[in-house]
Design a protein around this ligand. Sequence first.
Ligand SMILES: *[C@@H]1O[C@H](CO)[C@@H](O)[C@H](O)[C@H]1NC(C)=O
Ligand SMILES: *[C@@H]1O[C@H](CO)[C@@H](O)[C@H](O)[C@H]1NC(C)=O
Ligand SMILES: *[C@@H]1O[C@H](CO)[C@@H](O)[C@H](O)[C@H]1NC(C)=O
Length: 201
Amino acid sequence: TPATYPEFFTLNRSTAELRLLKSVDRELYQRFSLVIKAEQDNGHPLPAYSKLEIEILDENNQAPYFQQSSYRGFVSESSSVGTTISASANLTAPLAIIALDNDIEETKDPQLKITLNEYTSIFTITTSGITRFLTLLKPVDREIQTNYTLTLVATDGVQQSRPVTVDILVIDANDNTPTFAQVSYSVEIFTNMLPGETVLQ
Ligand SMILES: *[C@@H]1O[C@H](CO)[C@@H](O)[C@H](O)[C@H]1NC(C)=O
Ligand SMILES: *[C@@H]1O[C@H](CO)[C@@H](O)[C@H](O)[C@H]1NC(C)=O
Ligand SMILES: *[C@@H]1O[C@H](CO)[C@@H](O)[C@H](O)[C@H]1NC(C)=O
């Protein structure tokens, strides 16, 4: 069903390759439900049957894309698991990653699946909403690695975006090097001072 299915589909009797004969209008047909029969050509009496459901999907000819061609992120090496990667070295704003799909109005969530191709044990990307964020799965140590270059790909289930790179720099948490309150000190010791007395702090 529907009975018009032979206008649209043909099955090669020897290879079982199913071919489309003409394009299907989704306004008229949303689904075809077919039964395929297989039988041996040596006259064996028992054929086998299988059901084949064909679903007609909306036309989707636009690949999703990222708003920026590359991203740069920052994370402090002291950050705990779950920390969001920042957009600037002062760690004041999260790095917002936006992927869009022209098949879907820009204000609507295109419900894309964004995949991370590298360092998947260290970073992860949030899975819903128009704006996505990268978060830490594992603390990072600048002594081990100072930058991570990741690639992200967005897919709408049919079409895939071109990959974008994200460079993440690990910021040193021990930037607070010790400093003296004064550049130089001078002190006078009187001859009557006793051993053990404080000279200077
Ligand atoms: C079925 O497939 C075979 C092998 O590709 C091909 O030789 C044959 O012509 C096909 N039959 C039809 C009816 O298309
Ligand atoms: C943090 O850095 C960004 C980019 O360099 C800058 O625009 C912003 O003003 C900075 N914020 C603070 C609080 O320093
Ligand atoms: C790390 O980042 C620095 C500064 O952006 C760059 O010069 C260097 O090539 C990067 N190293 C790696 C391994 O990506």
